[in-house]
Design a protein. Structure first.
Length: 638
């Protein structure tokens, strides 16, 4: 009988590269590997992906799809119960009374993670999954989950002062908020979640990139438990900037994270890098798919999905070169991972760049045809191709450019990457088609249909009437009044919509003319240094509205702005002259901003000193509460 040797390491984060007839253990991380038939290390136990035969992996994905296609963070709405999130001081001590400590890297720690390889250094754990160039692997999207039994739990996390970034928290599979909780810059901080009553809840921290998870703490009366139940395969998704979620600050709004939610796969890795493909290297600046293979071969993925990229065509590689590079990748993965790991190549997902690049349609169609024929010729029962560009019935993108089809909803204003809604459409497509091909590999039918893309937006009564557009903040039936602008003062009104709105511009109505110019715009929400919601970055604007004459003045944005349900935005107006505009009286304004000290007078909006009629790219940090009638800013939607 052959002997089995055991390799040992005491270095945090170290993993074996090859295990010919051997076992390996990392005593610092409490992780264990065994070599498979191809000498590739396969991690065992709760800390990593267990070795499963292909039918078990396929069954797990199909079962996960059956449970989560309709029941996931993208469709279930926000967490309905009260949950207060507060952030401590930079480098501060654990919150008072939180006496139970739980370090992520400790043996038996009550956490499960997904999205990358956990690497702990000096007490902080990052989750690298891809090496864009050079030698440093970076993270994309990661989650850490635990089961909390009590009323309060605190997480020690890196500081993140990125505007509109931050951490997001999920409770029982629902986001507490769709915006990130942002701290100031500096050392790590404690993020505390407080619930209205005691209960047993699965609490998840969602981070991205270089953000790191340190530890957790609870009061003595609360406990944390490991939430691992059942089997969740590890899937690596290899792609370009779309899979990287390049245009999204919050990588949880990228297509790979969403794909994992729809499939019910906890441990899904986004190996996406800007400008790359099977051959493309972004002009030599980044590693292509083959050069990044080492990122995941050593971590025993139980399925691998490659997305074909327009970058190969844009950077001058022929169809034959791309096809041959794809076959090299499939062969290398099969040799290293063994015969029972599903390998799937997904067809081209086009962006606005692709759509407007004249002459690339035939090239993309031919590339998909060549890829499909090559994979069919392999006669591998666990290899498959998913057509998108050549399949008009499944490609989620419609239209030929701005103003047609769904381009304005799915493509960002830079016209080169997807919006969160576009990423959601890609994930819906990917989940459906991956489940279909895995079902074919298993010889099983899909357990249930994927929900249509429209199901991603909660249904709500918000009628669309183009001739009488709604006014921001207006909730009453009281007749409009009038209000005079203060010259060079910028006003802000908060707004949240119950359904997706494609906002093409804003309207003002001048009742008393004053020679000058006015600008209107819409801003994203941010959190200021005091922890208050406030207008942040400018999403869309229109300038040059003439107040020298009376009547309605429409300002059309250069590109439409998608207002997503459940998200806070701020509409704004600023004028160079003191013209009088139609306004919503105080009694008809929503009191979203509360009231002044003493709860006497309603706050109807915010304002700040500006310059002329300039709509700044970022709203002023110092804002004053307005208690008078607020200007009627009409929402013009497509």
């Amino acid at each position: 009988m052959a002997s089995i040797r055991i390799k040992r390491s005491t270095t945090t984060g170290r993993a074996p590269a090859s295990l010919p007839g051997e076992l390996a253990v990392n005593t610092a991380d409490a992780r264990l590997w065994v070599g498979n038939a191809s000498n590739a290390p396969v991690e065992l136990g709760a800390g990593g992906a267990a070795a499963l035969p292909a039918p078990a992996v396929l069954r797990a994905v199909l079962d996960g799809y059956a449970l989560h296609a309709w029941n996931n963070p993208r469709l279930s709405g926000l967490y309905p119960s009260p949950c207060l999130i507060t952030v401590g001081a930079s480098g501060g001590a654990v919150p008072s009374g939180f006496t139970r400590a739980y370090d992520f890297a400790a043996t038996g720690a009550p956490f499960v993670s997904g999205g990358g390889n956990p690497v702990t250094a000096s007490g902080a754990t990052s989750f690298p999954c891809v090496t864009p160039s050079g030698s440093t692997a970076v993270g994309r999207h990661w989650r850490v989950s635990t089961v909390h039994d009590g009323t309060q739990v605190a997480f020690r996390l890196d500081s993140d002062a990125t505007a509109d970034g931050g951490y997001r928290f999920l409770v029982d599979g629902r986001y507490v908020s769709l915006k990130g909780t942002v701290s100031g810059s500096g050392a790590d901080r404690w993020y505390t979640l407080r619930f209205a009553g005691r209960g047993k809840r699965t609490v998840t921290v969602e981070g991205y990139g270089a953000l790191r998870f340190w530890s957790a703490a609870t009061p003595d009366s609360d406990t944390l438990l490991n939430p691992v139940t059942g089997v969740s395969p590890r899937i690596v998704v290899v792609g370009d900037s779309n899979q990287e979620a390049y245009a999204q600050v919050l990588k949880g709004d990228g297509p790979v994270a969403m794909l994992g939610d729809y499939l019910g796969v906890r441990d899904i890795w986004a190996s996406g890098v800007y400008g790359t493909g099977f051959m493309a290297t972004n002009g030599g600046a980044n590693y292509n798919y083959g050069q990044r293979r080492a990122d995941w071969l050593g971590y025993a993925p139980q399925a691998v999905v490659w997305y074909m990229s327009i970058n190969d065509a844009l950077q001058g590689y022929s169809i034959t070169q791309v096809r041959d590079a794809m076959l090299v990748e499939l062969a290398a993965a099969r040799a290293a991972l063994g015969p029972l790991v599903p390998l799937i190549v997904h067809g081209v997902i086009t962006t606005m760049e692709q759509a407007v690049a004249a002459g690339y349609g035939p090239t993309l169609a031919a590339a998909e045809t060549a890829a499909a024929d090559a994979i069919a010729a392999l006669n591998d029962p666990y290899a498959a191709f998913i057509s998108t560009y050549n399949s008009g019935t499944t490609n989620p993108l419609t239209g030929t450019g701005p103003g047609t089809g769904n381009w304005d909803v799915y493509i960002n204003t830079a016209l080169n990457h997807f919006t969160a809604a576009g990423n959601n459409a890609i994930a819906l497509l990917g989940a459906r088609r991956i489940a279909e091909v895995m079902g074919a590999m298993l010889g099983a039918e899909l357990p249930l249909p994927l929900p249509p893309a429209s199901a991603a937006a909660p249904a709500a009564a918000y009628p669309k009437r183009l001739s009488t557009p709604k006014i921001a903040g207006d909730i009453g039936g009281t007749a409009l009044t009038t209000q005079a602008l203060t010259a060079s003062r910028q006003y802000f009104v908060p707004i949240s919509v119950p359904r997706a709105v494609i906002l093409t511009g804003l309207r003002i109505s001048v009742t008393t003319a004053s020679a000058g110019s006015t600008s209107v715009g819409v801003y994203a929400n941010t959190t200021n240094a005091s922890g208050d919601d406030a207008p942040g970055g400018l999403l869309g604007s229109a300038t040059g509205l003439d107040t020298g004459s009376t009547g309605d003045k429409d300002g059309t944005f250069a590109a439409p702005v998608l207002l997503e349900p459940g998200t806070l935005y701020w509409v704004s107006v600023i004028g160079s002259a003191a013209a009088t505009l139609r306004a919503v009286p105080v009694g008809a304004m929503q009191t979203a901003l509360g009231r002044t000290v003493g709860n006497t007078t309603a706050i109807t909006g915010l304002y700040a000193a500006g310059s002329g009629s300039t709509m700044p790219a970022t709203a002023a940090a110092t804002l004053t509460a307005s208690t008078g009638s607020m200007f009627a800013l009409y929402l013009i939607e497509r």
